[in-house]
Design a protein around this ligand. Sequence first.
Ligand code: UDP
Length: 239
Amino acid sequence: MTSKPIYQRVLLKASGEALMGSQGFGIDVTVADRIAGDIAEARAMGVEVGVVVGGGNIFRGVAVASKGGDRVTGDHMGMLGTVINALALATSLRKLDIDTVVLSAIAMPEICESFSQRVAVHHLSQGRVVIFAGGTGNPFFTTDSAAALRAAEMGAQAIFKGTQVDGIYSADPKKDPTATRFDRISHAEVLEKGLAVMDVTAVALARENSIPIIVFSIHEKGGFGAILQGGGVKTVVSD
Ligand code: UDP
């Protein structure tokens, strides 16, 4: 716990599904508190942490589009869902006395600050956890793409993609017992093999900006901290 981290500034992507826990919808506060605990551990190591939260536990734009509705409106609803999640995670972090700011890609000044790259970097350098809400602020994108975008903008050394499993496997480990976890794989291979790690836009953006993606289990308590110190269970995507 006290050994030095190998990263100074990282971007954590937490999906809405992660915040949902075992519920079918919404936010499980105990899960949000646990993820906040892992972020607090990173802060205790001195690591600057930006977080992009998803919104799939509340709404996805495709759900509207698949029923004949307007996709853009659906995506607006999805982006608003990410703001709800961001406020929940900020609440969990503040309960731990972690100085936290929510920056939204969609202006809603009564609720949180608006995103700008300069403001985000300022807060990070002051030791605040910055939660990026509202995705990219544009329809037809995902919060994975927002994670790659914000990581590039904040000069993050890595994107930590917290998932339901502890890395990228050769096959679905829940279905195929012979599936093996990759220790390292390139961005290009992820794209060529069509591995469902992050969407194509996100992986391409990370590759273009030479940002490694570290895939790990968001449910493993202390897993984030262990990887920040060079250990832990993960797959590293880097060229
Ligand atoms: N969304 C969007 N633009 C963005 C990010 C998100 O329109 O830049 C919308 C989109 O409808 C998406 C929803 O917000 O389905 C929730 O985001 P996402 O599916 O990425 O959440 P996650 O799967 O990480 O929970």
